[in-house]
Design a protein around this ligand. Structure first.
Ligand SMILES: Cc1cc2nc3c(=O)[nH]c(=O)nc-3n(C[C@H](O)[C@H](O)[C@H](O)COP(=O)(O)O)c2cc1C
Length: 446
């Protein structure tokens, strides 16, 4: 069977990880509140007021969910995605595309699709589970973009200056695209990976699914054949106000002029599901942050040989704060790892470097390492006036700069490792080292 969103939801249901909401739910604050309460669980709203289409969210809301979707473990996730980027492979071509079952021309999007008004105080309805498929020489580019309902068949699409932005700029803002919504998590993860412009994210998805991804040709666009919803449209070169939108930080992003997408055709499967993502929720963070980790891992590995793991942490919006775990081989490795991580992900504001006995995704363990291994007079480094993330409300609004910091919470170099390891309950007794006979601690260079 071809893996798709439905089959994955069936697996979640069988594993007891899916909450079904049977009572009618309003596609506004009520639906958003329920999703916020669900945290990392998957929610299926069976009845949405004013619509006949069920809504699903929270599909990829945790490291564990993503690992399950890719048939790996949470600690192996970063390595699995890194291997798929390196081993991108062809997808299977098919004429059997269930999304072609229904087509609506010039759709009134707000009526056909249960577009959610997540934060009624902001008074905006957004599609958030939408992946743009754009043609580029030799393949396609996939990336998630939020889409604000303008009315009728028009959407304002937020496009930060990355690959889609560059493709549009080359065509003076006018480009035909396809948009897919409701696909297997592997396709969503691949669409969230930021790599080389030549990287074909559909091929990364095919590698994550071990070649089982089936795509079909839609007017010259390769699209996942089992998507729940597909839009065909064009950027016209027109701009419209987009926002305010509650972003990853949970704070409201400003209003900007953004490209308008006109939707000419909407396709959907029989008994289709509408897939959405709560802005600023656990799922938004997991899908934004986790696919960035392979790039950070690779760049840190270039600077320090023994990199064990990387996590962009939910408390740091899965975008601004990271933890890197390394095996220290030489004095100064911790600092170098921190510098490399900051360079690898320019939005990063803080990086904590820990030893490889600490799971970087375990917030308690990381804080324990900071508490027991780090001395701020010696192990804290602040880099002033560096370019930060546009999402960080604390940045300088005029210069867009911020300060960055590295917290080196690795075991002080030269000190016996055993003094810093957690003693396990079933550990055999060790001979105590009498006081005064311990080796002297070498001073760390400042
Ligand atoms: C849920 C989610 C929503 C996103 N929303 C946007 C968005 O509105 N605009 C945008 O430019 N990028 C958005 N992104 C980030 C891009 O999709 C992501 O950085 C992608 O890797 C960019 O692709 P590229 O490397 O091909 O340019 C979002 C990512 C996720 C996971």
């Amino acid at each position: 069977m071809t893996p798709d969103l439905r089959t994955f939801l069936g697996e979640c249901d069988a594993a007891g990880l899916l909450d079904r909401v049977a009572r009618p739910t309003a596609p506004g604050g009520e639906l958003a509140r329920r999703l916020a309460e669900a945290g990392e669980r998957t929610v299926w709203f069976e009845r949405v007021v004013g619509h006949r289409v069920p809504v699903v969210a929270g599909v990829c809301a945790s490291r564990a969910a993503l690992a399950r979707a890719l048939d790996t473990t949470p600690p192996r996730l970063v390595h699995t995605v890194a291997a798929a980027i390196d081993g991108a492979r062809p997808w299977r071509s098919t004429l059997d595309a269930p999304f072609r079952a229904h087509v609506v021309r010039r759709p009134d999007l707000g009526r056909v699709v249960p577009v959610v008004e997540f934060y009624p105080s902001q008074r905006r309805r957004y599609l958030t589970g939408t992946i743009v498929v754009a043609r580029r020489p030799g393949g396609v580019n996939l990336s998630f973009h939020r889409m604000m309902l303008l009315g009728g068949n028009r959407l304002a699409v937020r496009i930060v200056p990355r690959h889609l932005h560059a493709l549009l700029a080359e065509q003076e803002g006018r480009a035909e695209v396809a948009v897919v919504c409701g696909v297997h998590p592997a396709v969503e993860i691949a669409a969230s990976v930021s790599g080389d412009p030549a990287l074909d994210e559909l091929r990364v998805a095919a590698a994550l699914l071990r070649g089982r991804l089936a795509c079909t040709d839609l007017d010259g666009f390769a699209v996942p054949a089992h998507a729940e919803l597909v839009l065909r449209g064009r950027f016209t070169g027109a701009l419209a106000d987009e926002g305010p939108f509650v972003d990853l930080t949970g704070t409201a992003d400003g209003v900007r002029r953004q490209p308008v997408l006109v939707v000419d055709r909407l396709y959907h499967r029989d008994d289709w599901l509408y897939r959405t993502i709560l802005p600023g929720g656990a799922e938004h963070k997991a899908l934004m942050g986790i696919p960035q980790e392979p790039r950070i891992l690779r760049i840190v590995a270039n600077a320090v040989p023994g990199v064990a793991g990387v996590a962009l942490t939910p408390g740091g919006c899965s975008w601004l704060h990271a933890v890197v775990a390394i095996r220290v081989r030489a004095d100064g490795d911790g600092r170098n790892a921190g510098l490399a991580a900051l360079a690898a992900h320019p939005s990063l504001k803080r990086v904590v470097v820990v030893d490889d006995d600490i799971d970087p995704a375990d917030a308690q363990a990381v804080e324990w390492a900071v508490a027991t291994r780090c001395r701020p007079d010696r192990d804290l480094f602040v880099i002033p006036h560096a370019r930060g993330s546009s999402l960080d409300p604390s940045r300088d609004p005029e210069t867009e700069t911020t300060a960055k910091w590295i917290v080196d919470a690795t075991i002080p170099f030269g000190r016996p490792r055993g003094e810093f390891l957690r003693v396990q309950p079933d550990e055999p007794a060790r001979k105590p080292v009498p006081r005064g006979t311990r080796p002297r601690t070498p001073r760390r260079p400042r």
